[in-house]
Design a protein around this ligand. Sequence first.
Ligand code: PRX
Length: 647
Amino acid sequence: MSPEAKVLEALLREPRLFPPPEHFSQKANTQETELFKIKDPEAFWGQCASLIHWFKPWERILEWDYPQARWFTGGTLNVSYNCLDRHLGSFRRNKAALIWEGEPGDSCVLTYRDLYREVNKFASVLRSLGIKRGDRVTIYLPMIPELPIAMLACARIGAIHNVVFAGFSAHALQERINDIGSRLLITADGGFRRGQVIPLKDNADLALQNAPTVERVIVTKRTGHHINMQLGRDLWWHEIMHTASLYIEPEPMEAEDPLFILHTSGTTGKPKGVVHTTGGYLVGVTMTAKYVFDLKEEDVYWCTADIGWITGHSYVVYGPLSNGATVLIYEGAPDYPQPNRFWEIIEKYGVNIFYTAPTAIRSFMRWGPSYPARHDLSSLRLLGTVGEPINPEAWMWYYIHIGRRRCPIVDTWWQTETGMILISPLPGETPLKPGSATRPLPGIEADVVDEKGNPVPPGKGGYLVIKKPWPAMMRTIYGDHRRYVEQYWSRIPGCYFTGDGARKDADGYFWILGRVDDVINVSGHRIGTMEVESALVDHQAVAEAAVISRSHPIKGQAIVAFVTLKEGFTPSPELAQELKEHVVKIIGAIARPEQILFTPELPKTRSGKIMRRLLRDIAEGRALGDTSTLADPSSLERLRQAYAEEA
Ligand code: PRX
């Protein structure tokens, strides 16, 4: 049995079951609605649609022409109206929408009225620059209030935003801008991370050397360090906001109009521009934010994800704001200046709901329980996790040291492509098993199947698939609809293919095993092996590269690269370092390989395919699998020796 299978066997025997605490169940949002009694998925989603405001009611819940779904057709709405205007008629007008804390310790609060004003003003700026409905706008900002303001302003006028995570490099930014043909770039002079300045504007300048569609750049001042402003192209945010109008009519959008494009990694070297729509997306994130996070009027809700990822789009910005919640945003790192920063913030603002990633929890475990123990965390009532499987040990640590055995944990499974949470407990309803995302949410039909789409029996591994459309599902890959159909809807007959392996247990609980494709999940971030390989072969010394993952105690998975060099180059620790930096330059720090291993040749089949399976065996220190198809078996033994020496 492989080590993963052994871990899973242990997981499936996980005997602990945590029933919902009585005090939580009694007041849970799910108790106050008839919604979850509706068994027909379409009727269920039809009912969920009334959680948002429609300018014109929709005519049909779903038009399903496999694999194309159209939700709430005939309806018109505006996402910014739903997140802002509709809250102004009540006491929410003066309620905190955003509580923001910068890494250096500066902070501010924006009420719904404040946020509404800033979004309207910025929407007017966008209009004055000629940005109109359907135009693409790239946003490359750190975690500062201008980021949600810019997103909501785009939504207000019907422009499609494309947020690029501020940790991505100039090259990655350029690639994304060119993929979607943005007219405008919104950035900052820089951002703070562990006390250092990330030079966002310098990166943007580099990216724009070859991004001809961008006409203008709006720059917000965050760090105050010197940057170059290009006359005629670059504008300061604070200057153009002076003359902005205070009100811009929200554009009535069709339900199926795109709201945003967000790139994610897949099996090829090129990131995919995942397209999300207006109506279905907003219904999906509004419903899940309300019931999975049990959002209450008086809650302070904190999701630690960067807005540059889907978690930030759906559960920092759109889901919570559509519900009129108070959202906390923190700019920086969890261990800056000390590893107690998160707990200090929870105590300072009285955070009630806290949503983070297993990799962060494993770091907290390593730093030790004394950091949270110093702080009053009694305001917390619900915890969440997302991004990767959580090991039961980390789950228990989170439960005991952060939730103090009082707070349910919602382990939420979903993806950039799904737009919203699909598999998760409903707190107050679902008994929890540490390490399991439990069951699909109402309205979602998920299963574990074999290659032909037949369900596998409980306890057996298979592919995680979704069998019916859901409102927040992606509609296409920008500019490549064929790839969308092929990758997601053609692998398993009749189903949406998630790219994840899973098992179900006898109670119907889902246990996610991780990716089954060439995607590596490093600290909850998706990185394509091909992306890293193409970054490596872009370096003049590299002839060939094969990238695989190995398990890592904090990151979940780590990137290992096997590299062959061109004639005239010799392996050295300096060159390994240089190659790591080259990957950082091409993609960003999240893709930095943990280890580079030089090898005179890569194990290949007789037809020339690299045998990654064997490389993974080497990296994990496992007995080698079947080597009979190898062209030159002795190459593998040399490689194994080299790896053992390196390790
Ligand atoms: O492998 C699954 C893992 O993260 C992948 C999706 O990554 P991304 O599109 O970047 O979105 C991350 C945040 C939604 C999935 O295919 N994943 C996400 N959540 C979980 C998870 N694996 C196990 N348990 C989860 N709760």
